[in-house]
Ligand binder design. Sequence first.
Ligand code: TYD
Length: 211
Amino acid sequence: MENGKFIVFEGLDGTGKSTQLSLLAQALRQMGHTVFTDAEPSSLPTGRFLRRRLAGEFSGSPWADAALFLADRINQNVDPENGILKHLRQGDAVILDRYYYSTFAYQGCGTDMDWAMDMHFGCPEIARPDLTLFLTMEPEKCIARIRANRKAEELEIFETAETLSAVADQFGRVFDALRDQDNIVYINADGTIQQVHERILAAVLPLFGKE
Ligand code: TYD
C-alpha cells in the first residue's frame, strides 16, 4: 500500500492552528480519507513532562528543551499504538499540530538552529512531512487572541509579545533555510475561520490529486 500523506500545521501561538486542523480533518474525512490527528507536545510521558516545563513548573535550558522536544518527537513517531510512522504505513492521512519547525523556531532562538536541525535530520525515526502549512499573523494580533481566550495565569512561558516577535523572526529564518527541502506553504491566518479554511483547502487538495 502507498504511504499516507503527512501534513503539519505550524505558526505562532494564537494563529488558530488547532481550529483549522479540526476543520481540515473533517473535510478530508468527508472525502473518504482515514485521518489521524495529533499535537505536540505528545500525550506520551515525554510530552506530559514537557507540558509541565511549558507551564513554568521548573526552569530549564533551551538546549535541554530542544533535546526534550526531539525525544518526544521520536517517541511520537515510533509509538506502536498510535505512532505517526504506523499511521503513515497504514495509508492514513496524518495531520499534526506543530513539528520540528517549532523546535527550530522556539528553541533555535536560544541555541544554535543548525545544531537542532542536524539532530533532527540525522535521525531516521523522524518522518518528513509531505506538506507544511505555515499560518502567518502579526505577533501582536496573536497575543490579543490568546489573551481573549485565556486568563493571565494560564499563559505559557513563550506567550509574551517580545518572545513571540523573536520567534516570528526565527520562523522566517527556519522556513528560508528549508525552502528547497520541505514543501512549505504560507497561509495568511488573518481572516475569518471559513476564509482561512478555504486557503488551506486550496493548498492541501492537490496533495490528494484534486484541485
Ligand atoms: P501548543 O500546544 O501549540 O500551544 P497551546 O496548546 O498553548 O496553544 O504549544 C505549546 C507551546 O510549546 C508553544 O508555546 C510552543 C512551544 N513549543 C516549543 O517551544 N518547541 C517545540 O518543539 C514545540 C512542539 C512547541
